[in-house]
Ligand binder design. Structure first.
Ligand SMILES: [Zn+2]
Length: 451
């Protein structure tokens, strides 16, 4: 899907009392961002395909071993900062609008939205809880308290540059009339600004930087989205939040930011961004989003590509299609996994995992079980492993990374606690297993976080 086609697809004729104007609404500037990356790193798409494949291979492995990357009792909290860049008082959107957008993001990413009632029954079983929760930052990069919202007055009347969906990224730079990003390795940056085309009636609603710098990236000096100070999401001020009084009728649900946050966590459009001729042969790298030829603009749910196996109609309910507000209500389970993969492997310092409801037994009372704490281990705090009094001697504790590599192995005597230093272990997500003296696995804990 190329830009001029977007405009063809989404070009509407708006009538008012005296005249009709052509309008070009670009829902999303993803292709621009991809083109920019391609200019610096021509093999971007190949690299992207490779890490999608790597992630999906891991997904299949975890599925077959009945493991998940994130358990039901855990979610990730991502600190976000909203930079409001305004030239008029109208563009200086309220804190309430920001808060409502955070709400909508959380409802969508945790699969808590009432909009899930829109999901057709064929797709209900594959709707996924991404387990990412967004929270306005409470501490700024200098360590001072903050509301997580910055406000910058600018002389720039718009950041869209010309008809055709082009825009600059000056909103991300203080010396160009915008606001510098907060450390993008630790904060998810949103910029809210005017993206209406100058001298032409049209708008870019949003764009986001896809993650670059995957483990397979290779090479030196190649582009990495966090090092250019532009990592994050940009949203046109009129479509921020729920029931924004400035929003066009079609965009009152705050879905643009949900879509762009998906790109930021590695999602591609569900139709795979092919052209009209390559449409059905280009995929988004996710198995449980049915193949689609092109962006859908409405909830009609046409079936634009017939798949040989398990054919399903286009998933217009998906946040990564273009039907968005009024239709969109889900990410799939595989998309959820991919975003968790991006968070744990590509945006490693961004989030904190939280355990929602795991209860830890009092180690002193355990007789037959095992307790390992603290989890997460923050600042490399030593782990304590308690082995129940009824357990036989000589158990071995192994800490294993996501690739299956054992990064630490320690013997634990029975009926005692063992302190395990984890200072030599990199930040990340691990599995712990305990083997008995015969080498048999007697206990497995799927999620150990070392921060
Ligand atoms: Zn998009």
């Amino acid at each position: 899907m190329r830009l001029n086609l977007y405009i063809l697809l989404f070009g509407l004729i708006l009538s008012n009392s005296s005249k009709a104007q052509n309008t070009a609404e670009e829902i999303c500037g993803y292709q621009h961002e991809v083109n920019k990356i391609l200019a610096k790193q021509p093999n971007f798409l190949k690299l992207q395909d490779a890490w999608f494949q790597e992630a999906m291979t891991l997904y299949k492995q975890l599925q077959s071993s009945k493991r998940t990357i994130v358990s039901d009792t855990l979610y990730y909290e991502v600190p976000v900062v909203f930079h409001i860049i305004y030239n008029t008082s109208q563009q200086n959107v309220s804190d309430a609008m920001v808060t409502s957008q955070i709400n909508e993001l959380n409802q969508a990413f945790r699969k808590l939205t009432a909009d899930t009632s829109r999901i057709r029954s064929i797709f209900k079983p594959i709707a996924g809880d991404v387990k990412i929760q967004f929270k306005l930052a409470t501490v700024d990069p200098q360590g001072n308290p903050t509301t997580g919202i910055t406000r910058t007055s600018t002389t720039q009347t718009t950041f869209a540059t010309s008809r055709g969906g082009a825009y600059n990224t000056n909103m991300k730079h203080s010396n160009l009339g915008g606001k510098d990003a907060w450390d993008p390795t630790r904060y998810m940056n949103f910029w809210i600004c005017n993206m209406e085309y100058p001298n032409y009636f049209g708008i870019v609603y949003g764009f986001a930087t896809p993650p670059t710098g995957a483990p397979n990236w290779g090479g030196t000096g190649v582009t990495k989205d966090v090092t250019d100070g532009e990592s994050g999401v940009v949203i046109h001020y009129k479509v921020l939040g729920k029931n924004n009084p400035l929003a066009p009728v079609k965009y009152t649900e705050g879905k643009t930011a949900i879509h762009e946050a998906g790109h930021y966590f590695g999602m591609r459009h569900i139709w795979g961004d092919g052209t009209t001729t390559t449409g059905c042969s280009v995929d988004d790298g996710i198995f449980d989003t049915p193949n689609a030829k092109q962006a859908n603009a409405s909830c009609t749910g046409q079936n634009s590509c017939i798949d040989a196996n398990n054919d399903k109609p286009d998933q217009t309910e998906n946040y990564m299609d273009y039907a968005l507000d009024g239709c969109a209500a889900m990410y799939t389970k595989e998309q959820a996994f991919m975003m968790q993969y991006v968070l744990t492997k590509l945006r490693t310092q961004l989030s904190k995992p939280f355990i929602v409801s795991d209860t830890i037994a009092d180690p002193k009372t355990i007789k037959e079980g095992y307790v390992i704490y603290p989890n997460p281990s923050v600042n490399n705090k030593d782990l304590t492993v308690e082995i129940g009094t009824k357990i036989r001697a000589n158990y071995t504790v192994c800490i294993i990374d996501l690739n299956g590599k054992t990064v630490l192995e320690k013997q634990v005597p029975t009926n005692s606690s063992k302190t395990i230093p984890v200072s030599g272990i990199a930040q990340g997500l691990y599995t712990i297993i305990i083997r008995d003296q015969n080498g048999d696995i007697v206990h497995r804990q799927l999620h150990l976080f070392i921060e």
